[in-house]
Design a binder for this molecule. Sequence first.
Ligand code: BES
Ligand code: ZN
Length: 853
Amino acid sequence: MTDQTIHLADYAPPSYLVDSVELAFKLHPSKTTVTSKINFSANPATKTRSLRLDGEDMTLNWAKINGKPVALNPDASGIDLPESLLGEHFTWECEVEINPEANTSLDGLYMSNGMYCTQCEAEGFRRITYYLDRPDVMSTFSVRIDSDAPVRLSNGNETGSGEGWVEWHDPWPKPSYLFALVAGDLVAHSDSFTTVSGREVALKIWVRPGDEGKCAYAMDSLKRAMKWDEDAYGREYDLDLFNIVAVDDFNMGAMENKGLNVFNASLVLASPETATDLNYERIESVIAHEYFHNWTGNRITCRDWFQLCLKEGLTVFRDQHFTKDMRDPAVKRIEDVITLRGRQFAEDAGPLSHPPRPGKYVEINNFYTATVYEKGAEVVGMLRTLVGAADYRKALDLYFERHDGQACTIEDWIKVFEDSTGRNLSQFALWYTSGGTPRVRVVSEDFDDGTLTLTLSQHTPATPDEDEKASRHIPVAVGLLYPDGSEAVATRVLELTKAEQSFRFEGLQMPPITSILRGFSAPVVLEQKQDNSLRAYLLAHDTDPFNRWQAGYDYALDILADMPAEATHIDRDFLKTMARAAQDSSLAPAFRAITLTLPGEAEIAREILASGHLPDPVAIHHARETLNKAMAAQMHASLPGLYAEMAVAGPYSPDAVSAGKRSLRSRALALISALEPECETARAQFASADNMSEKLPALGQLVAAGKAGAELEAFYRQWRQQPLVLDKWFGIQATRTAPENAVAVVRALAEHPDFNWKNPNRFRALIGAFAMGNLAGFHDQSGAGYALVADWMIKLDPANPQITARMATAFESWRQYAPARQQQMQAELERIKATPSLSRNTAEMISRILGDG
Ligand code: BES
Ligand code: ZN
């Protein structure tokens, strides 16, 4: 394993650059030929002239250098070119044969339901032809496709076509990871957008015939994203055509190929009957994310894959901001923080911890992580908080002006902020290069003579690759409140840079109440002793909506983390506080819904661990149900009214306000269901709902209660022809079945004729959802949950290593559990590790999780 490790410190620029690429594809399911003609020029920045081209899983038919045939012997990962033939400029030509039909890894050129499709990020292009497959090599591409498929697409603009062929040219130099080709029987949902400077852009969303009625929301999202990027970042689209294709078999969510985004169908297709509010919100944000990459990723790309968060962290930050502007910003912030803590904090607390810009990797596909994405976005957010919105915009203007057309590093990015604001950001840069979650402690709050002195300290626990952590530059947003709920001091950003530091607030009339880390201004754990009456006060009065929510959440977490197995008495004040929030019509329904949602089981587990105990996922599951039931009992008189009040009249509309009402109504339904052994309200809602946003939660309640037999059958019969809805059918059973039955149910579903395990969406809907979304089921005492997931990983690995490697993260927290469970998980990890010919992807993950060398 160690000898395959790639280090950032070893980065060297390429010996040659590419001036132009011409590709010709003759598409055939099992024998596609790809002919390439590539003009290389010596890189003036380097002295070495040896050159190796990357290439995997293909047959080389012939090759020429400067028009002369050469006999070459490729190995399993590429070809060394004979240095003596190269010179300052040379032309490389070759023909390779590849087999798209046999490509189950969904990386490179593959087939999905009869359609040809590519995925090249990060290193898939080398499975299409021999190339310098690295992001700092940028070139224009011309592509010819010979195929009788009705639709044949590539990047850029169409430059010619005839019977059985088409040609494309992309004028913008790009790295190979942004190349794309799609061909098949597709239909377009078309529209157009006029850019701020008057360019008319044709917009097309390509789907399988029959799905064209499900593209309107994605198209609307795209147009709003294009407008938003012009307004918020001054960024305009740069081609006359923007294509999006929906694909059924796709490893990821979506991909930003230049002018030809490829999407998992689940992130494009939506209709009221088949998609939930959450699906609509996700479509809006992913469409925006991939579109935003046109500037942050494509026009300015990454020098090497260590810099991945340069494009992903920034683009996630941009898509989060877009969603805030489209919907309720406080609720969006809360959702993003829940995701961050649930995934990134968990990653940072275990063996997979790494900095947003890692220093080494074995398989780059294993580094598309919550740390690179979500923490990467937080780091950009902190920069904006530190310099302010206006200076942030100035810095971004300079970034685009200075680096357009380049492949950049995190250092380039930081320098832009230093140059445009005059600040020294060297300490801030540690956020990129150092891992681990800092803990910020409120050491003291001293009030004397109208002045509050707030003392904060910071400490970052060691991570696998770094024992000693230096102090970070942490923006801590703080506000002060008076006991009557009025604001004493509006939000102010403190800059914590030392191990311990004091801050003074003067001119106060009386001792104030502190509201710290408002808006979650930094990705840290805040350690502050707060009693629950203070939390109840903040939930009622904090002027910062994030901290308002946080107070209720901490209150719940506190109760859940030390709830005895047979809890008979539950904190009445908590129940009253929650009941009040539920009824508080000054709060948006979406905010009330999220406030009434108890912390997730994984989060409770981490809280228990932090307090020095070993979490038991089964006990946590029951504690959460107990508290839910107590809340329901407290509110029972008002729940039917709330449930009725939140009904949305008229035909389904995916807008944020309607979605917010439905989400509060679903929360009310969950509470009502806790008091109804026969689930009559859920059953009635399932029967009458005309949209998936109301059908699915009702079905979820029935499944959780073990009373969904007839409804599951009806749902299956109605939707068996629609893969995205069938995924929901598998998923809801995997996540909502009571833990004691979950393993058996998932096992049985894995035998179902519709369980196409080679389809990533279906695999994730059953195995992934069980492993990550049914904590108590996965951690079943018997160890059967672990064995089930391990069995499926072993089966999937030869077909699709990327999906298998991602599944391994289900085991990342294995050391947090009691010895019996630890041993069971370790045994499964060892069993996977011992599997012959395990992929590099999965082998790296398992060895890091086990903590081997
Ligand atoms: N560039 C990625 C897609 C990608 C990921 C390619 C991993 C190769 C390997 C794309 O921009 C992306 O980030 N997609 C996300 C969704 C996004 C909204 C965070 C995804 O696919 O999950
Ligand atoms: Zn991205």
